[in-house]
Design a protein around this ligand. Structure first.
Ligand SMILES: Nc1ncnc2c1ncn2[C@@H]1O[C@H](COP(=O)(O)OP(=O)(O)O)[C@@H](O)[C@H]1O
Ligand SMILES: [Mg+2]
Length: 247
């Protein structure tokens, strides 16, 4: 008899609140989990807190309250020396790509492996494979300023996934590209998801969310609402309390 595996929590927010030092509170009492091998859209208007949630997960930002557990550990306990190792298990894709302008596409991707200790020859060989995969097999020698926005994003995705991260956080990766390119980028991320990586894509592009059948975590007014792939809204399961009622 085959036994069903219990889904593994990769990320868990328990009563997490965030208030920037000189700013307005962003959210209060957020509770949600991301499960191994799943694909999520994180949506919400500009300023809703999407980037902040991602920064909290990779510990670029500390919460004002509550507990964030990633890979089974309370991340507030990770010290500065442990931080790079912790982040190596994650792939990060930024809206502005953050490619190094003085390195060509190949070496931008290879750098992630070099940092992880791989020799240059092997790192370049793996990077070539991945650049082929993202459709840039004929752009190894191109420097970031000579790539289109969509191509830069694909280099950014290749760089983020080359270390085979357990989780990929992509912050508005389709923000600067047309709908056709946006679709292609999501298809690439789906390929990655199929081989086991948990993916979370922040976006405010409704077309994308509606064309791909994935769970949606929607942020609005300090609340997080979960819409499953069938479009059913579910707030109560996640025990969300609106910020406005909590203060
Ligand atoms: N470094 C910061 N200092 C103060 N307030 C910030 C900072 N970063 C973001 N915020 C505020 O936090 C809120 C959420 O921002 P953000 O997470 O960037 O939203 P989104 O990614 O959904 O556009 C916004 O009101 C924004 O102005
Ligand atoms: Mg943002």
């Amino acid at each position: 008899m085959t036994q069903r595996r219990t889904p593994v929590e990769i990320v868990r927010f328990d009563h997490v609140s965030l208030c920037y030092p000189a700013g307005i509170p962003v959210f209060f009492n957020l509770n949600f989990s991301l499960y191994e091998g799943s694909f999520y859209f994180l949506t919400g208007a500009s300023g809703a807190g999407k980037t902040s949630i991602m920064k909290l997960i990779y510990r670029d930002l500390r919460s004002s309250g509550g507990t964030i557990t990633v890979f089974g550990h309370d991340i507030s306990e990770i010290n500065d020396t442990q931080l790079p190792k912790f982040r190596q298990k994650m792939g990060l894709v930024f809206q502005d790509c953050r490619l190094l302008p003085h390195l060509n596409a190949l070496d931008n991707v290879a750098l992630a492996l070099r940092i992880a200790g791989m020799d240059l020859k092997r790192a370049r060989a793996y990077s070539k494979e991945l650049l082929h995969w993202v459709g840039l097999g004929d752009h190894f020698d191109f420097y970031p300023p000579t790539l289109s926005d969509g191509q830069k994003q694909r280099v950014g995705i290749a760089r983020a996934v080359i270390t085979r991260p357990l989780v990929l956080l992509a912050d508005e990766p389709t923000g600067n590209v047309d709908d056709k390119s946006a679709n292609k980028l999501i298809l690439l991320l789906e390929e990655l998801n199929k081989i086991g990586t948990t993916v979370m894509v922040a976006t405010h592009n409704r077309m994308l969310v509606e064309s791909f059948s994935h769970q949606e975590l929607h942020l609005a007014k300090g609340e997080l609402i979960v819409n499953n792939a069938q479009g059913n809204r579910n707030k109560s399961t996640y025990n969300i309390r609106p910020y406005s009622k909590a203060v």
